[in-house]
Every structure is written in structure tokens, then in C-alpha cells.
Design a protein around this ligand. Sequence first.
Ligand code: ADP
Length: 482
Amino acid sequence: MTDALPPGGPRQLFIDGAWRDSDGGTFDVLNPATGQALCAVPAGTPDDMRSAIDAASQALAGWRATAPRVRSEILRATWQKMQDNRQRLAQLMTLEMGKTLADADAEVTYASEFFRWFAEEAVRITGELRTAPGGNNRILTLRRPVGVCLLITPWNFPAAMATRKIAPALAAGCTVIVKPAEETPLTTLAIAELLQEAGLPAGVLNVITTDRAREVVEAALADPRVRKLSFTGSTQVGRALLKQAAERVVATSMELGGNDPFLVLADADVDAAVDGAMTAKMRNGGQACTAANRFLVHRDVADEFAAKLRTKMGGLRVGPGSDPSTQLGPMISAKAVGGIADIVERTLATGARVALGGRPADGPGFFYPATVLTDVPRDSPAATEEIFGPVAPIIPVVSDEEAVAIANATEYGLVAYVYSRDLGRALAVAERLEVGMVGINRGLVSDAAAPFGGVKQSGIGREGGFEGIDEYLETKYVAAIW
Ligand code: ADP
């Protein structure tokens, strides 16, 4: 176990293929397990952002014209480099974000797969030749890269949220500026260095670290050269960015919040459901937009499910993520712990009961214990607000219909989980859930080859899968006759 950063590794802005400091000074990156600073990185300014846009726009013509095979091979080489640097990347994520080494290692796999998948997609961008219904005219469609893209990522998956945007954008022939979350800039910088080593030309990818997100992003969206915004983060910030993007009619992809239901039907295999719940709830300490936020459990199995979940969650070893035996690491910040504690307190005031945990741990570090709440009213804060922590509220239900009705009674619609021994029944429920993704008898849906995304206020667009590259392409129609 070590709390020291791996040696080397970039700690500067990456603009036009060069590592630079900023006139804006620096800010500290904290280790959430100790609350101590790990290192400082540049506090990028609007001027730095404009330099990055200069670089990305100058590089665009060359990159867009680069043979798809060449783009593909750079992405594939970056996948390989992520494998070769697996341990260092995992350690970096654990230190700056707090997740366990096991979660960090799994994220290196998931994140790197976007490079391999989109290396394969880069060479399969197709247009069409159609005949107009009248028979004389031809309709030719070409797929063109959308242009300079601004990619804004959150702290909870520092590698995967970046690669899920970078890989399809570069595959499509776009150039990009990445603005990582202020909490976790180091992993993004490390990935930028790997792309550079893999042969990515200068200016194609730029990274601006900053603790002044609003100012710096406003400057980018005010610049007519930025043609695309892809954002992953809170619905609140996403909404504000959509308004800014509207000013210049910038194309947007949005991966926003969730209030994800986990349905345990009356005929479910309860042990399997508990195992799935551990993944859906406890991966990343519950700090995921895909984290199960509400457990809608048929009353016939609710007590058994609650007791078994309590035993498993209560058995998790809590500690710094950098200790290989740790199963539940710290939350990202003191503010995050305060927010979780507030939701739990307000939920208890509505009549819910604590089966496990329920009170924040003392410092140092930002810890909240595994918590199970039972008999949670469906309109209580834990059932209606995104918890983003290791708290499992259990809501007993009497039928599949009631479970679906409660599941859909939210402005969010990201992912739902359904447990049942009857696949037909589970599929019927899945069809009626207003979400972008459903896990049936699985507590994890993420896959680089699958379309990830939400409906309603959980987002716009899809990342990964065949769909992911579409977000970075636009269609040009050429009318022809011959
Ligand atoms: P979270 O609540 O998970 O931290 P946020 O939506 O606050 O999610 O942050 C996600 C990303 O959005 C981060 O990169 C953050 O720096 C950025 N961000 C936060 N506020 C703004 C803002 N007002 N304008 C632009 N970007 C922002």
C-alpha cells in the first residue's frame, strides 16, 4: 500500500502536443482517503482554452484527412499502452478518486476497450447511394466529422468517461479539447500522454485542467470553432450547458444523472439479486450514475433480500482504496459525505428504518459507511434524489405493475435492473420501463460495444456501441444525376 503518486506522469496542460503551465497558477488535487494534497496542476484560464481551440482547429484538416486505417492504428496502440500501464493508471485513479484498486483495475479494462472498439469502427464509417423514388435522381450521403469537440468529464470514472468520448471522436476524424473534472485531472493527463506516445499528431487532442470550469467552458462555447459538446455530469450542470450551447447551435451529447431502480420480482432468485445488488449499488462506492438508487422489492421476498443485503454490505472492509484488501473506499469529498448524510437523515424523518450504517464516519478522509434503509417511503428523499453513495433504500412493493409505476415516476431514465427467474416476465417489465438501458439478472450493463445512455432528463445521445461514433459524425447529402 502506498499513498505516493507513481513517479513521472504529466502535471501540466496539454496544448498542441506540448506540456505547458498556465498563467492562472495551480490548484491542488486531493487524496480523498486522507484529505491531503497529492500534487498541484495548472488552473487553466479562458486564454488557455482559446489556445487549445486554436490548436484543435489547426489540426482538424490534417486529422480529418488522415487515412482511417492510420487513425485506427493509433487508437489500437493506445489500447495496448493502457494494458502496459495498467497498474500505474489504476493506482492513479485510486489516489485521486478514492476507488478501490479492484474497481480501478476494472475501469482500466473498460476504459481501454473504447480505444479498441473505436479502432475497429474508425475503418467502418460508411455513406450510402440511394435512388430517389422518382427513379432519375441519385442521393449520395457522406459521413463527415463534426469538427472541434469539447469533452467535459466527471470525477467518478476518470479514465472511462474520458475514453468513451475521446476514442469515438478521434475515430470519426474530429479534434478535441478535454476538460477533466477538477477532482481527477491526473488520469486524463496520463491517457493524453499515452495517446501522444502512440503517435497522435499535435493538436488533435488537448487537455485543459482547471478549477474554474464555468469561465473556461463559457469561453469555449462562445467560440464559433467549437462545433460539438459532449458532457457527462449532473443534470443541473448539463441543463445550464444546453442553454449555453443553444446560443451557437452547438451539437450536444449529454450523459446526466439517474435515479436508477432495481426491481426484485416475487419469483427472483434472491441470492442472485443480492449479488447483483452488490455490484449495482457498491461498485465505485455507489458513486455512479448507473448505481441502483432504489430497491423495489416484492414484499414476499423483501425481508430476505434486506437481511442478505445487510450481511453482505456489512461485511465490506472499509479503508483507503490503495490498500488491496479494501472493498469500500472513501467518497470523493467532504461535501459529498455531507450530501449523503443529509439524504439519509431526511429519509429517516419520513419513517424509514436503518438496518445498517446510517451515520458518516469520523475523519481523516471522506468516508460514509455501507448503509441499508428498510421500509422506505416511495416519495422520501432517498427514493427520489440521486444518492451517489453506498446507501441502499428498500421499498416494498406488491406487484410488477406497482414496481414499474414507481420506477417510472421520476424525471430520470438512465438504467434499471430487473431480477426474475422468468425471462419472459422480466422482458415484459423491461419493455415498460422508461429508461435507456436495462440489466436483466445482471447488476452491471456497461460495455464498450453497447450503446450507453439515458432517456428523459438522464441525457441525450449514446456512447459506445455502433451508435457512439454517430455523435461525432454528421451527414452530408449530395444530389446527383447520371
Ligand atoms: P458532479 O456533481 O458529479 O461533480 P458536475 O456536473 O458538477 O458533476 O461536474 C461534471 C463536470 O462538469 C466536471 O468536469 C465539472 O468541472 C464540470 N462543471 C461543473 N460546473 C460547470 C459549469 N458551470 N460549467 C461548465 N462545466 C462545469
